[in-house]
Design a protein. Structure first.
Lengths: 114, 114
């Protein structure tokens, strides 16, 4: 158990809908990263927050957004969903806002868009 | 953009048959390299961080080494429970400054047969 929690574990929704994925970091970690992992692709970095502020953006679509709250939990919002958005979504937390320290991953949310 | 390449893509070993996995990268000024293990449908599990050429880290049957151009994950006398996908990752310098992004390789899928 990494100490990072994600809810829900599974999500099935229809095209065009909007969903919210939630992540709580390990105790003491200030940084949260979001990743997307599709069957045919590796882990794709989406976005990073550190202590409530956005620090870095990766290949995140404009239909996706995220935020980190004062209690340090983070939410990833996916809207106007398409079939291609079906994937595993992971969050990871780290003690540092840089990428120079190890990240601890949650169990993931499996999103299925039908 | 910095590249992280892992080989082989898949590896099948008999129990007790030692081997090595490779991670090569093209980054200017390596600031560290991470190894993770990922079981199917689960979040990656942190294994090692290596920060400088010549550094080695060990954990049970796994040993990670780092040179200026690549890293190896040596698996000695593997057991079936070592079957997983092994990922390496490197911090990537961003145009906005800092190393917030971490680029993952696509992994080596290891299968250890009893």
């Amino acid at each position: 158990d990494s100490g990072v929690t994600q809810t829900p574990k599974h999500l099935i929704t229809a095209t065009g809908q909007r969903v919210t994925l939630r992540c709580s970091p390990r105790s003491g970690d200030l940084s949260v990263y979001w990743y997307q992992q599709s069957l045919d692709q590796g882990l794709q970095f989406l976005i990073q927050y550190y202590n409530g502020e956005e620090r870095a953006k990766g290949n995140i679509l404009e239909r996706f957004s995220a935020q980190q709250f004062p209690d340090l939990h983070s939410e990833l919002n996916l809207s106007s969903l398409e079939l291609g958005d079906s994937a595993l979504y992971f969050c990871a937390s780290s003690v540092s806002g840089t990428g120079l320290y190890e990240q601890y991953f949650g169990p993931g949310t499996r999103l299925t868009v039908t | 953009e910095d590249q992280v390449t892992q080989s082989p893509e898949a590896l099948r070993l008999q129990e007790g048959e030692s081997s090595s996995l490779n991670c090569s990268y093209t980054v200017s000024g390596l600031r560290g390299l991470f190894w993770y293990r990922q079981d199917p449908g689960k979040g990656p599990e942190f294994l090692f961080t290596l920060y400088s050429a010549g550094e080695e880290k060990e954990k049970e049957r796994l040993k990670a080494t780092l040179t200026k151009k690549e890293s190896f994950l040596h698996i000695t006398a593997p057991k079936p429970e070592d079957s997983a996908t092994y990922l390496c990752a490197v911090p990537q310098f961003m145009n906005s400054g800092g190393y917030q992004k971490v680029t993952f390789g696509t992994g080596t899928k290891l299968q250890v047969i009893p």
